[in-house]
Design a protein around this ligand. Structure first.
Ligand code: NDP
Length: 239
């Protein structure tokens, strides 16, 4: 039987690319979105549409979804994964960095939810998996704005879940601890990057992107009548 379409945002690297590979290996057609088109195309996955979309651009997001749905049928699973982590001492961090994080981590997550939710409610099925963070569950110093975005994702996800539960749509959140990706490298303070890398070494390293991809697949592959609302996954030695 043909598997339904899965949409993954931020699929050009890290966790999103790993989720794309795992979903594709399970036979799903994919819509992959990010700004680095070449990285998504280099994954070379079958039945996959890659589109250069900035997820803060709602109309570009919707256009890509319409194009993919014409080819592969409705989106059955959205993985809201695109994100930015710009660590900063709040007394000195440029406000433009707070805005970048809130635009991508929060507003684009809402864009994604709104773009697919109507169809899912009409069909009485569908899954939205939001990649939040342990920084959306507990605080970390020099993560003030980032924690703010991820606490927001948790609140948004749980609110939407309550709204659409009666329609049979599943809203889920994964909160990873440290994962081995280049996420921290966009932080402008080299001192904070170095501190983060030292902390990561001190806990014996991060989990791998495949560990998060397996968790996404585990949540998605439950029967439609079962929702794992929230899953935390982190290196064993991370406090
Ligand atoms: P990466 O930096 O490898 O991935 C981030 C992805 O988001 C990239 O594919 C990037 O694509 C995409 N992205 C960023 N901004 C935009 C945008 N405006 N439009 C479209 N795509 C965008 O890091 P990770 O894989 O680690 O991050 C993935 C998610 O996991 C994030 O939400 C992050 O907060 C979360 N997370 C990560 C943890 C970690 O330790 N690594 C821990 C907990 C949560 P491009 O630049 O091509 O647009």
């Amino acid at each position: 039987m043909t598997k339904p379409l899965v949409l993954i945002t931020g699929a050009s690297s890290g966790i999103g690319a790993a989720i794309a590979q795992e979903m594709s290996a399970a036979g799903h057609p994919l819509l992959l979105l990010a700004r680095r088109l070449d990285k998504m195309e280099a994954l070379n996955l079958p039945n996959t549409l890659c589109r250069k979309v900035d997820v803060t651009d709602k109309s570009a997001l919707i256009a890509a979804i319409e194009e993919a749905e014409q080819q592969y049928g409705p989106v059955d699973c959205l993985v809201n994964n695109a994100g930015m982590m710009l660590l900063g001492d709040i007394a000195n961090q440029e406000p433009v960095e707070w805005k970048q994080m809130f635009d991508v981590n929060v507003l684009a997550t809402l864009n994604g939810i709104q773009a697919v939710l109507g169809g899912m409610k009409d069909r009485g099925r569908g899954s939205i998996i939001n990649i939040s963070s342990l920084a959306g569950v507990k605080t970390f110093i020099n993560h003030a704005a980032y924690c703010g975005t991820k606490y927001a994702v948790a609140a948004i996800a749980e609110t939407v879940r309550e709204e659409v539960a009666p329609k049979g749509v599943r809203i889920m959140t994964i909160s990873p601890g440290a994962v081995e990706t280049g996420l921290v490298n966009h932080t402008t303070s080299q001192g904070l990057v170095d501190d983060y890398l030292k902390w990561k070494d001190s806990i014996g390293g991060a989990v791998n992107v495949e560990d998060i991809a397996h968790a996404v697949m585990f949540m998605y592959s439950q029967p439609q009548s079962v929702t794992i609302r929230e899953l935390q996954i982190a290196p064993t030695r991370q406090e």
